[in-house]
Design a protein around this ligand. Structure first.
Ligand SMILES: [Zn+2]
Length: 298
């Protein structure tokens, strides 16, 4: 695992997600921590080689691939952990994540896996949008909700660590439907990152990107959300049972889901679109024969 520097005191580590790093005098702040304790261990041994002590971790959001290494690193370094209020609630109580994928019920073991829930970790400080100074190292927190309820991005010097507010084309091609929690917020955050005056942008699952390239990525992410919305509305020429609608939309994207946890992720994203369209009064829900039915209003 190489430490790549972007600027004198700002860089990243290449784990399954990009872990940001802000360097001070023999110390550093991490932005996210990777999937699990074994990633945390690799991060720490790399930082030891660089003679850097982790004094803080800013978790951008409560998806295990981003915060799963936090507990391990905190335990070994005493680092203070920062997150937004809602994401902190899940990082401290990771079972909440599979609970919401199971529609509020206690989730089956299959959903209680390490990709759905990371090691729990106590959050020392709740952060909100604005400047944050940790041991003379200065960063700026930017609210980028949508992909998850209260995701944050972090600006350090001339770089925006975008978290999962924008995805690279490979992820778009692979998943076809980008995982999101709130359509309106996801689009707003995509537009928001374009207004941020940084030289470099680092999407957690992508590469270091300049503004011009970021613009293209933002546009393809936005276009992908429009495509999902269109495919949902196209499917609703007649009213449909909710489960049928979900499977029809997945079919239209030529997706074949094989695991219950993948189904939980994609159906939750499609529900986010349905709830968004319902609030816009483009569709409605009714119950017939004890089943939710979705119908087009316009
Ligand atoms: Zn995520």
């Amino acid at each position: 695992m190489e430490l790549e520097m972007i600027w004198e005191n700002v860089g990243f580590l290449n784990t399954r997600v990009k872990v940001g790093i802000v360097v001070g005098d023999k110390k550093c702040i991490l932005i996210d921590s990777g999937l699990d304790s074994s990633t945390g261990k690799k991060i720490l041994s790399q930082l030891r080689r660089e003679d850097l002590n982790v004094i803080a971790i800013i978790d951008t959001h409560s998806h295990a691939d981003h915060y799963g290494g936090t507990a391990y690193i905190k335990e070994r370094t005493g680092a203070r952990v920062y997150a937004s209020a809602l994401e902190a609630a899940i990082i401290e109580n990771p079972v909440l994540e599979p609970i919401y994928f199971a529609g509020g019920a206690y989730p089956p073991m299959e959903l209680r896996n390490k990709f759905m829930m990371g090691e729990p970790c106590k959050i020392d400080q709740i952060v909100e949008e604005g400047p944050l100074e940790i041991a003379y190292m200065k960063v700026n927190i930017v609210n980028l909700p949508g992909h998850s309820p209260q995701q944050i991005g972090v600006i350090a010097e001339n770089t925006l660590f975008c978290a999962d507010s924008v995805f690279p084309n490979e992820v778009l091609e692979k998943h076809k439907i980008l995982f999101l929690h709130n359509v309106k917020d996801f689009r707003k955050s995509l537009r928001r990152i374009l207004t941020i005056n940084c030289e470099h942008f680092l999407p957690s699952h992508g590469e270091l990107t300049k503004k011009k390239e970021l613009e293209k990525l933002v546009n393809s992410n936005l276009a992908s959300t429009v495509e999902v919305e269109e495919k949902i509305l196209e499917s609703l020429n007649t009213s449909l049972e909710m489960d049928k609608l979900i499977s029809l939309v997945l079919e239209k994207f030529e997706m074949s889901i094989e695991s219950y946890s993948d189904y939980a992720l994609f159906s939750s994203t499609i529900m986010a679109y349905l709830n968004y369209l319902k609030d816009r009064e483009e569709i409605g829900f009714k119950i017939e024969r004890n089943q939710p039915i979705v119908y087009k209003k316009i």
